[in-house]
Design a protein around this ligand. Structure first.
Ligand code: MG
Length: 358
């Protein structure tokens, strides 16, 4: 069986209202979906990126893998990376490759009538999730409703955004962390994400306040491009400093592992399931756990196969739109996701997903 067709579509999902984290405002989330066909079997993958990623999939990436054996995922991955050498292997290019890689793994598992969990080899039946959202643009009442939703799902860890307006509203940041404690209750782990909005010194000072408040997870206190800065903050705070959502390959993973307490990886950015498994192996060699960033339905099967996994992120925006994009999104029950046991990842593009096409 040979790969015969690679298709890509762009879907834009408007957010219910404009929202912001510490360093970015947005009004829509854009998904680039990829379908790869061999024989009469089609695999599905996607990434949260922009229209140029779809152009890349239809052009260079399709050119690199059409005619290949879909069982040889590693060979397809290598061919895609080689084809993009002169475009650079990171960022948008790797987002496009990630979506194709996920579709290839899904295709392979479906072609063999296996779930991805069976193909990858699971180490757990259930993948723990943490509730994530808490945008800086939300009112206290909106946060209250969101936290109540996470509690209903059995989440024992919850994360909100801080570093509002590039770190210019630290008092409000800390006030919202206090509110999160009040709403979540004592038994819940408090997590925050600064999205790289603080300077090193500021991140250090905010970290000391977060330690006082019992926060256990301090994500991107400074830009993840400032690896040395992350290490400085990590060494100065009790809470775990984390980063990795922009990691594209094992070199990025290796660099970050010298500076974080938990490595984040995103299957839609780090090279799909191939990249996630490789990044997790790098983290294991540093005695670190990994955490899946966003896209919970896509992470579930590979997260079940990674021994040094801490949890995956049940990100409010993606939890909302994954069921609009695909049928078969596994639910969160008792704070975890049981990956689908149907062939592949068990997700299928919805008939009316086209209504979102951009
Ligand atoms: Mg983040």
């Amino acid at each position: 069986m040979k790969i015969s067709d690679v298709r890509a579509a762009v879907s834009a999902f408007p957010t219910p209202e404009p929202k912001a984290d510490g360093t970015l405002e947005r009004t829509a989330t854009t998904a680039v979906t990829v379908e790869v066909t061999a024989g009469d079997v089609t695999g599905l993958g996607w990434t949260y990126s922009g229209a140029p990623a779809a152009t890349l999939v239809r052009g260079k990436l399709a050119g690199a893998i059409v005619g290949n054996d879909p069982d040889d995922v590693a060979s397809c991955f290598a061919a895609m990376r080689r084809a993009c050498r002169n475009l650079g292997g990171k960022g948008l290019v790797m987002q496009a490759i990630s979506a194709v890689d996920i579709a290839l793994w899904d295709l392979k598992a479906r072609a063999h009538g296996m779930s991805l969990g069976a193909l990858l080899g699971a180490v757990r039946d259930r993948v723990p999730v943490y509730g994530s959202g808490g945008f800086t643009t939300m009112s206290d009442d909106q946060l209250r409703a969101q936290v109540a939703g996470w509690r209903d799902l059995g989440c024992t860890a919850m994360k909100i955004k801080i570093a509002e307006s590039w770190g210019r509203r630290v008092e409000r940041d800390l006030q919202r962390v206090r509110l999160l404690r009040e709403l979540a209750g004592d038994g819940v782990e408090l997590m925050v994400d600064a999205n790289g909005g603080y300077s090193r010194g500021q991140a250090h000072r905010v970290g000391a306040a977060l330690d006082e408040l019992g926060v256990t997870w301090y994500e991107e206190p400074v830009s993840s491009d400032d690896v040395q800065g992350l290490a400085v903050v990590r060494d100065a705070t009790r809470c775990d400093v984390t980063a990795g959502e922009y990691a594209s390959d094992v070199y990025d993973a290796e660099a970050l592992c010298t500076a974080v307490d938990c490595l984040q990886l995103d299957v839609t950015r780090c090279g799909g399931y191939t990249g996630f498994l490789r990044g997790a192996a790098v983290a294991a060699a540093h005695n670190l756990e990994v955490s899946g960033h966003c896209a919970p339905a896509l992470h579930a099967p590979v997260a079940a196969a990674v021994e040094n996994l801490r949890h995956i992120e049940y990100f409010a925006d993606h939890a909302r739109l994954e069921p609009l994009l695909a049928d078969g999104v596994p639910p969160v029950v008792d704070g975890g996701i049981v990956p689908n046991s149907s062939p592949g990842h068990g997700l299928a593009l919805r008939e009316h997903a086209q209504q979102w096409e951009a």
